[in-house]
Design a protein around this ligand. Sequence first.
Ligand code: SF4
Ligand SMILES: [Zn+2]
Ligand SMILES: [Zn+2]
Length: 313
Amino acid sequence: MVECNFCGGEAVFLRPYSGEKLCKRCFMKSIENRVQQSISKQNMFKPDDKISLALSGGKDSVSLLHILSKIEGRFPKTKLVAVTIDEGILGYREEAIRIAEENCGRLGVEHNIFSFKELFGSNLDEIIKAAEKLESELSFCSYCGVLRRRALNIAARKVEATKLAMAHNLDDEVQSMLMNLLRGDISRASRKEPAIIESEPAFIQRVKPLCEVLEREVAFYAFLKRIKFQTILCPYLESSIRQDVRLFLNQMEGKHNGMKFAVYRTFKKLQQRLDSFDNKDQFRFCEVCGEPTTGRVCRVCQLLEELRLNNKE
Ligand code: SF4
Ligand SMILES: [Zn+2]
Ligand SMILES: [Zn+2]
């Protein structure tokens, strides 16, 4: 039997980048501690925050729901609510919503559902049909991502949350950092997280408590905790730069332990330095829908207008 470095119990997980061997209990504790440390280090929450968790039903968001609900128990003035965005993907999103509901019910967390249809007048299936007709060069995920970000902000406002918790793990973060670099998007690459816009109540501050936990460790946490999450893939998932970057990073991590953490830390340091001269996007309000944006007309309105679906606003 291989022994756990911390309690001498039976080890079930080896951390290649640190050499630690952990038993089931110590592994789960280590993930919860890592999340707690990220929250404290980055001052993500105040004791009286109302936290809206973006709950998709996938392993990351459902694991974060369980971890935050545990942490919430220690802070009587903090309130956790979950928000699921129903993009309207027939045969896919229904299961995710059911799983999200079940987990919230088990933990006694209030669950709210908002749909693209009610917020934008069209669901994703309709948007994708219109995009195909237009022979748009944008990927399906680009439409979905832009609209979901907006939907989550509106939803957080509607449930009167003061913070919006996203379940992006370390892999997601490093992928985004490299993608911004590959696209030459210096503005995004240098944007510090969490984006704090204290003076703009229409824009709910986003925090990412899983930002220092590897994807495979979130998956193992969910497995050990017997957490139910959605495993089928979205039918619109297609090959993208993100998939290529993901594959590349996984190959590099397989050969060089700790590489993802190294990239993450390097970018964080760069962001600190670049922040002083290139992180000054001024927020204003979209002339069409009135939502906070950096341009005259927001990206959501631009996309819906291109697709001739902008009948809601
Ligand atoms: S895979 Fe793409 S289209 Fe599907 S839910 Fe995710 S972002 Fe949306
Ligand atoms: Zn142990
Ligand atoms: Zn707009």
